[in-house]
Design a protein around this ligand. Structure first.
Ligand code: PEP
Length: 250
């Protein structure tokens, strides 16, 4: 049985006061969520205070991105060792907004994945197709390419200390969720592809769904056999909504 995970991606949102209220709300309502792993990924500048508030709590925290480099002349970047220094356990890698808006290609994403694992961070590798790709029946080809780029660089064994998030680009922040059946089909495809190399790793891998998940649709999504939790954007900014998703996962 794979342990469920619910991860909140706050994206570029939140003042210190808003983050404080959100964290307080999540912590207060988490009492009945017993088995699911819960984590939040705030913007970099909020990580130190989130770390302070969450220290000793069962909610983990992570980054939304990292540099492939450890340190040096990379103005504006934040490295894996820096995230570790602030207590991060996870980091999102290859989010579709990074791929689309900041030109991160499969090679860059694989390098970031490797950099994350190199310092003991668990990468949450995001994969997913655009609407045009889905409509031209390219979903599997795109997702396979994104996964293969990483496995080709780090090897199948590295997937044992990673999480994958299937996030169809057309469902992110659009209010348009993949149906549970659509999501399950891609999750099963991802697991099956990895199983060609190692059925043990494939069976253990947690694959999260992301794309307009809300308290109201989470339960049906998480009922699918290959959906092991969610990567939550918009709804992770509302404590009650986020808690509803955590309870659905639990
Ligand atoms: C995300 O940012 O990864 C995401 C899935 O966003 P949303 O839940 O808002 O669609």
């Amino acid at each position: 049985m794979r342990r469920r995970v619910v991860a909140g991606n706050w994206k570029m949102n939140g003042t210190q006061a808003e983050a404080a209220a959100l964290i307080r709300g999540i912590e207060q309502g988490l009492g009945d969520v017993r088995r699911t792993e819960v984590l939040v990924c705030p913007p970099f500048v909020l990580i130190p205070i989130v770390a302070e508030w969450l220290g000793g709590s069962r909610v983990a925290w992570g980054g939304q991105n990292l540099s492939a480099h450890k340190s040096g002349a990379y103005t504006g970047e934040v490295s894996g060792p820096m995230l570790r220094d602030f207590g991060c356990s996870h980091v999102i890698v290859g989010h579709s907004e990074r791929r689309a808006l900041y030109g991160e290609d499969d090679q860059t994403v694989a390098e970031k994945f490797r950099a994350a694992q190199g310092v003991g961070l668990v990468p949450i590798l995001c994969v997913g197709e655009t609407l045009a790709e889905r409509e031209s029946n390219e979903t599997e080809r795109v997702v396979a390419r994104q996964i293969d780029a990483v496995v080709g660089m780090v090897g199948i064994g590295a997937m044992d200390s990673a999480i994958v998030a299937y996030e169809p680009v057309w469902a992110i922040g659009t209010g348009r969720t993949a149906t549970p059946e659509q999501a399950q089909a891609v999750h099963a495809f991802i697991r099956g592809r990895l199983a060609q190399t190692s059925s043990t790793v494939a069976e253990r891998l947690r694959i999260l769904y992301g794309g307009s998940v809300k308290g109201a649709n989470a339960r049906q999504l998480f009922a699918q056999p290959d959906i092991d939790g969610g990567l939550i954007g918009g709804a992770s900014l509302d404590a009650q909504e986020f808690l509803g998703i955590c309870r659905a996962a639990d």
